[in-house]
Write a protein of this length. Sequence first.
Length: 383
Amino acid sequence: MRVFVTGASGAIGSRLVPQLIDAGHEVIGTHNSPASAELLRTIGAKPVLLDLLDAGAVRKAVLEHEPEAIVHQATALANVKFSRNMDKVTAKTSELRTKGTDALLAAAREAGVRRFVAQSVAVFGRYAREGGPIKSEDDPREQTPPANTQQTVAALNHLERVVTDFGGIALRYGAFYGAANDGTIEPVRKRQFPIVGDGGGIWSWIHLDDAAAATVLALEHDGPAIYNVVDDEPAPVREWLPVLAKALGAKPPRRFPTWLARLLAGEFVVVLSTEARGASNAKAKRDLGWTPRHPSWREGSRPSTRRSASPTDRSPTRPREQAIRPASAGERGGGSGRARRGGRAGQSAEGGSTAARRLVNRSSERATSGCIAAPACLFRICV
């Protein structure tokens, strides 16, 4: 399929593009900087400069490239300044999830696109804080989110509603890890990520490569549907945080009473630490035939796994040029390529130059500073 990927140079996008190409798809990837365009060419996608909040530009891009599927992974969390007001922090991302999604869906309808997959969230207090600790896609979402998070939650709810109304698939990802610059590591090393209260808040994690693999598989399935894309072992903060600290050679995490954390960091941090529910991946495994290669955050606690190889950082047994077929005349100008058929979804292409690795790592660092480090950055304001 010809797949139009928004956010293609981001933390998950830069993992997704090579896996799509290995699975035999042609990829058009949106970006908003020259450096991102270079990265996308390096990993085999055709770069397209696009402002997703400009509905006219979105329509033009989609109609011009005639995709058979759209994957919406765009966020705007890189290099943002975190504060206890998450609605302010995520304002641009919320626009991308509302106005940007609406623009993409309108263009998709006009262009006759039948498949649409979009990024959503399973963690950070998304499910109702009632009943059991682990939630399925059918369980109710939180109806009274903490102060200063209501607009963020409303944007996610909007995205899921309009995508499934279209007949598409919303993927509720867990907390990402596996980027070259994992934003959780340094705060844990510096004891800036404490256990609040009883530390009973349940977190569900997902390695970026596993998230990308599930996304590739979702493209092959009909909607409407919502899937939790998380690992096999949801765990409370009091369990996973000390294990990560020990693996990093850090001292045990500090402990804060709930009242102090609420005063200094806000209600959202308290909810994540003490009341959040985890998510079950049973539906995604059953329906998509997906099995995470990193089934537990315990494996991810090892620094070598937590900071995994970049998409182009593979053993050079097969040069990337051999993995990509020559582009057609209509494709060559944008630097796009199509992989050999027969690649297995979930496995990134091998090979790649030192320059390519640097490009992907720089991209991951920019994206990771937002999408993965957010909880740690919130804690930093109070320790």
